[in-house]
Design a protein around this ligand. Structure first.
Ligand code: URA
Ligand code: SF4
Length: 217
């Protein structure tokens, strides 16, 4: 990605870009202000060579504390849907568009001291994009699964509308395919959770079909 200023994650990228080196370097990233209040960088997780690379928005409260993506409530929805879609969770690399948790800390008295998720800005998404691009290059998946609008912005650009093109395999650069769907958190917030889940599952099934048959690698 062309960087037109010296802000953003690009200057923190290591020379050697395998997942181990990337993860190590990302732990020290100060490419935007989000590192200041979060507990730690939550880098992606999964095997190099995973056939599916899933991109969420940003770590949530539990992910921030544990240092792993999708280990909270959204992760449980995701795990269930992956299993039902026949996608082996062990063959999946999961990550987020933004690698630090952005939140608002409510003062004590207001519902305890809960940390409330805040949506990352376009500037933060762009600042963090070098990590995501490096992960996609390192993993070299068959299909990138884009979970929600923030991930779509990072992977497919500002013109892509998830609601219009979900479930449809689209090019995402270098001959790679992406399939977009809603974010699993949106299912938890939906009025009709069952319908939202069914749509999500159908999109993951479309992603599974978009992947070529397992190849030796
Ligand atoms: N939501 C996300 O987008 N990512 C996580 O890792 C957890 C919740
Ligand atoms: Fe770096 Fe991304 Fe964290 Fe910002 S959110 S400090 S760019 S890792």
């Amino acid at each position: 990605m062309a960087s037109h200023s010296n802000t953003g994650a690009a200057r923190f990228l290591p020379v050697k870009r395998d997942l181990t080196e990337l993860r190590h370097a990302a732990a020290g990233c100060r490419g935007c202000d989000l590192y200041r209040n979060a507990t730690q960088t939550v880098f992606g997780k999964g095997p190099p060579g995973a056939r599916f690379l899933l991109v969420g928005e940003q770590p949530g409260d539990q992910e921030d504390l544990r240092g792993e993506p999708f280990v909270g409530p959204a992760g449980r929805v995701l795990d269930r849907a992956l299993a039902e879609a026949g996608i082996d969770r062990e063959a999946v690399y999961v990550t987020n568009a933004v690698k630090h948790f952005k939140f608002e800390q409510l003062k004590s008295g207001q519902r305890g001291k809960r940390r409330i998720h805040r949506k990352p800005s376009v500037g933060e998404i762009m600042a963090c994009r070098p990590w995501l691009e490096a992960e996609i290059d390192a993993v070299d998946p068959d299909v990138v699964v884009v979970l929600g609008a923030t991930a779509a912005r990072a992977v497919l650009g500002p013109g892509f509308q998830v609601t219009r093109r979900r479930g449809e395999p689209v090019e995402c650069g270098e001959g790679r395919l992406a399939v977009a769907t809603i974010h699993p958190s949106a299912i938890l917030r939906a009025d009709d959770r069952e319908a939202a889940y069914a749509g999500f599952l159908a999109d993951l099934e479309a992603a599974a079909r978009a992947a070529p048959p397992a190849r030796a690698r």
